[in-house]
Design a binder for this molecule. Structure first.
Ligand code: ATP
Length: 199
């Protein structure tokens, strides 16, 4: 599974429909300061479900939509579309390519479109459940974050590693299972008391 292309339209600086074709391996994007490199990362974060405006470097949701310039009118809709190569069937969708689009209309909720059909954040989350990339909490390392991780306390570093490795989730499930087991044991004890009083 890998991202084949990213298409951005109306999102922040991307007033024209812009398509980035990626190949397997590493892709570098270079450009002058303020040319919109980080806006591409914001677009990817947005597509992968990020709703925290601070992480999208926006004050309000309308800041995600092209705000206009001296020669261009502001836009009312922004869209980010990603084509994922799914030939290895990592995503639980039968098509060899999965096309996911997230749109935002000024003053309205965002919406998802998967392979041309209307979808929801929850459904898209479900598709990515097994691949651990939805949310991208630790897959994107923002500017200044490397230093922050390097100077973090050992306990904080361990928490980050646990989260990246998916151990946090397993630990939570283990606690839930332990609680259920305890409840079942309590119920069993009550049942055996009730049973002995009937005998
Ligand atoms: P650097 O190399 O300095 O980190 P960069 O190439 O990553 O820069 P970005 O941070 O992606 O640049 O882009 C910043 C530019 O995006 C600013 O000029 C800002 O005005 C513009 N911008 C952000 N939001 C919008 C918007 N909604 N409409 C139009 N332009 C926007």
């Amino acid at each position: 599974m890998y991202i084949e292309s990213i298409e951005i339209y109306g999102f922040k600086t991307f007033v024209n429909n812009t398509k980035f074709i990626l190949s397997k391996g590493i892709t570098c994007i270079v450009g002058p300061n303020g040319s919109g490199k980080s806006n591409i990362v914001d677009a990817i974060r947005f597509l992968f479900g990020e709703n925290r405006l601070s992480l999208l470097r926006a004050g309000e949701s309308s800041d995600l939509i092209f705000a206009g310039s001296t020669s261009k009118e502001p836009m009312n809709v922004a869209s980010v579309k990603i084509v994922i190569n799914n030939e290895d069937k990592i995503l639980p969708i039968k098509t060899p390519r999965v096309i996911i689009e997230r749109r935002i209309i000024r003053g309205k909720e965002t919406k998802y479109i998967v392979n041309g059909n209307d979808s929801s954040l929850q459904s898209v989350q479900e598709i990515f459940k097994s691949s651990n990339i939805f949310g991208l909490t630790h897959a994107i390392v923002g500017q200044g974050r490397i230093e922050e991780i390097l100077i973090a306390k050992p306990e904080e570093k361990k928490n980050i590693i646990d989260r990246v490795a998916g151990i946090t989730d397993l630990r939570k499930r283990k606690e839930e299972a332990k609680k259920k087991l305890e409840e079942t044991e309590e119920n069993l004890a009550k049942a055996s008391v009730a049973l002995s009083s009937v005998k």
